[in-house]
Every structure is written in structure tokens, then in C-alpha cells.
Design a protein around this ligand. Structure first.
Ligand code: NDP
Ligand code: OXD
Length: 313
């Protein structure tokens, strides 16, 4: 069995060593431009189109992340580039849900308890007590009730705030008021005090965090984007913050990454930035999951986590 590996930012030697340990029967190689030799599987993150083109031999492509937008974007721009019969498989949790839970809980508590405002007051040596937010009115809407969003929504209920969840198809999660489909979107956002975005980036979800949505939230609402930069219309967010309709935002993902030096987000008061680290891909957990799926495929057994390219996630 031959496996290609490509992850531009990773410590490749360690990944190759651990993959080989998990799949000793496999011949695993780092893909480099010009490599068109046959392979059965590819394990990749943000690989260039050349890796996929003219590879009818590939049986499955394993994405080293939950979001497959970068791979599907290649196919969207140049239909027929992805191997026609290869399964596209995303990571399912593999340690990312716990990280998302931590990040989301931290931001909810930070804004619910107005800690970001106390940080600013301390910088000015000001001893000032702020009116607490009413917990019952601090409705948090989680966009996306998938592997990550559902876990996040579930744990947020323990904070005692009203939690809403939005997905394409109806989900039942104890303690979470769930909404499904475009027709219920306005009911989901109306009056929410905070939005946590965990949607995949697809043509349907691009720009979903825009002026119209910000306007329908409670005055002084909070935005937390943990999914993809393309979900946010940057100028709409900046305008909504200038007007006070949005009080603050925490952003982990951006249209262009790294976020360019001259982007206004860097210097907008009350925008907090992290460099796409809300949930990082954990090597051991990911390799364990991928190796188990490769073995299942070789035995002819079904696997979970297969992407529906038409749906986009
Ligand atoms: P899943 O595919 O498991 O879940 C996606 C959810 O979004 C599902 O509930 C789905 O609905 C819903 N959804 C999709 N399209 C729509 C739509 N048009 N309208 C309403 N709901 C929709 O994904 P994960 O939870 O595993 O990951 C979510 C995203 O998080 C990834 O795609 C990635 O972009 C991002 N991510 C970011 C990371 C970071 O470090 N910042 C790390 C990991 C992931 P339904 O349930 O009906 O299918
Ligand atoms: C992912 C990511 O999609 O890390 O897994 O962004």
C-alpha cells in the first residue's frame, strides 16, 4: 500500500515516522512537486492542485482537518481535478472538540463577565464596577451543530446561559433550542447576544456573518468566529462595531492567513485575534483515526467522516 503525505507547515519527519509506526505495512512518502508515481491514499492539509491531478489510482484522500473547503475549492475552480473515485475523508473530532469547547467557554465567560472591559479599565488604572450582564438575557447562538458545534453547544448549557443551535437539518440536543434551515435562520439570530460560528465554509455559508445578521442581534452583541474567515463580511463587522451594534469580536480565522499587517482588525479596539489555533490538529489522535480508517477500507469495511462533495462538507 502506497501513501502520499503533504502538510506544508508540519514537522514532516515526525509525521512520516508516526504514520509509518501506525501503518508499518505501508510505503509512505512525502509528496513533492513532480511526484506522479502511483499511490493508494493521500494524507494532506492544504495540498496544491498538482497533488490531486491525474491520479485515478487514489482510493481515498484524508484531510488533516475538519474543514475540507480548500480541497473542494480546487475542484470548484477546475472541475475534474480531484480523483473521480477517491473518497474524501475529514477528521472527526480527533481531539479538536475539547479544544473548541475550551475556546468557546472562555469567550462566553469573558464577555458574560465583561472581563475584556475590566482589562481595559485596569490599563487606565480605573476602579470601576460595571453593570453585570443578565445571564438569562445572554442568549448564545452556535452556528453549526456538527461534530464540534454540538459539543460546544452542549457544554455551554452548563454556564446557565440560554443556548441556541443552528444546522441544516434538525438536531435534538438537551438544553439547546435548535433551529434548522434557512427558513428558521432569522428566528435563530433574532435578539441573540452572542454568536459562535462553527459552520463549514460552503457556497451557502460564505458571508453568513453580515450586516443584516448583525442588525438582528441584541444591541452590543458579541461575535466569535472559529470556523473560516470567509464566513465574515469584514467591512460589515467593522461598521457594526463602529456603531456599537456589535460590542466586541473574537476572531481565530481570516479571509487571508496570516492576517495582513495592514488589516484594520489588528487595531480595532475590542477585536481579539488568535492565529487559527482554536482547535489544532493533534498528530497522535489524527494518525490513529486515519490509520484505523485505512485498515477498515483495506478490509472492505465502511468508514465514517466521508465528505459529501455536493453538500460541501
Ligand atoms: P461538521 O461537518 O461535523 O458540522 C457542520 C455543521 O454545520 C452541521 O451541523 C451542518 O448541518 C451545519 N451546516 C452546514 N451547512 C449549513 C447550512 N448551509 N446551514 C445551516 N447549517 C449548516 O463540521 P465540524 O463541526 O467538524 O467542523 C466545523 C468547521 O469548523 C469546519 O468545517 C472548519 O471550517 C472549522 N474548524 C476550525 C478550526 C480552527 O482551528 N479554527 C479547527 C477545526 C475546524 P447538518 O447537521 O444538518 O449537517
Ligand atoms: C480544520 C482547521 O478545519 O484546523 O480542522 O481549520
Amino acid at each position: 500500500m502506497k501513501i502520499l503525505f503533504y502538510e506544508h507547515n508540519a514537522d514532516t519527519a515526525i509525521w512520516l515516522q508516526d504514520l509509518s509506526r501506525a501503518l508499518p505495512e505501508a510505503d509512505i512518502r512525502l509528496w513533492e512537486p513532480g511526484d506522479a508515481d502511483p499511490a493508494d491514499y493521500a494524507v494532506v492539509w492544504r495540498a496544491p492542485r498538482e497533488l490531486f491531478a491525474n491520479r485515478p489510482d487514489l482510493k481515498a484522500v484524508f484531510n488533516l482537518g475538519a474543514g475540507v473547503d480548500a480541497i473542494l475549492d480546487i475542484e470548484r475552480k477546475e472541475p475534474g481535478t480531484l480523483p473521480p473515485n477517491a473518497l474524501l475523508v475529514r477528521l472527526e473530532d480527533s481531539g479538536m472538540a475539547q479544544q473548541m469547547v475550551e475556546y468557546a467557554n472562555y469567550t462566553v465567560l469573558r464577555y458574560l463577565r465583561r472581563m475584556d472591559e475590566y482589562d481595559a479599565l485596569q490599563r487606565d488604572r480605573r476602579w470601576e464596577k460595571l453593570e453585570p450582564h443578565a445571564r438569562g438575557e445572554f442568549a448564545v447562538g452556535v452556528l453549526g451543530m456538527g461534530v464540534l458545534g454540538a459539543r460546544v453547544a452542549q457544554t455551554l448549557t452548563t454556564l446557565g446561559v440560554p443556548v441556541r443551535g443552528f444546522s441544516r437539518t434538525k438536531r435534538e440536543i438537551e438544553g439547546v433550542q435548535t433551529f434548522a434551515g434557512a427558513e428558521q435562520f432569522d428566528a435563530f439570530i433574532d435578539g441573540a447576544k452572542m454568536l459562535v460560528n462553527l459552520l463549514p465554509h460552503t457556497p451557502d455559508t460564505e458571508g453568513i456573518l453580515n450586516a443584516r445578521v448583525f442588525e438582528r442581534l441584541a444591541r452590543g452583541a458579541y461575535i466569535v468566529n472559529l470556523a473560516r474567515g470567509a464566513h465574515v463580511v469584514d467591512n460589515d463587522l467593522l461598521h457594526a462595531m463602529q456603531s456599537g451594534q456589535i460590542a466586541a469580536a473574537t476572531l481565530d480565522v481570516f479571509h487571508q492567513e496570516p492576517l495582513p499587517d495592514n488589516h484594520p482588525f489588528w487595531t480595532t479596539p475590542r477585536i481579539a485575534i488568535t492565529p487559527h489555533v482554536a482547535a489544532i490538529t493533534l498528530r497522535e489522535e489524527s494518525i490513529e483515526q486515519i490509520a484505523a480508517k485505512i485498515r477498515a477500507l483495506t478490509r472492505g469495511e465502511p468508514i465514517s467522516g466521508i465528505v459529501d462533495a455536493k453538500r460541501g462538507y
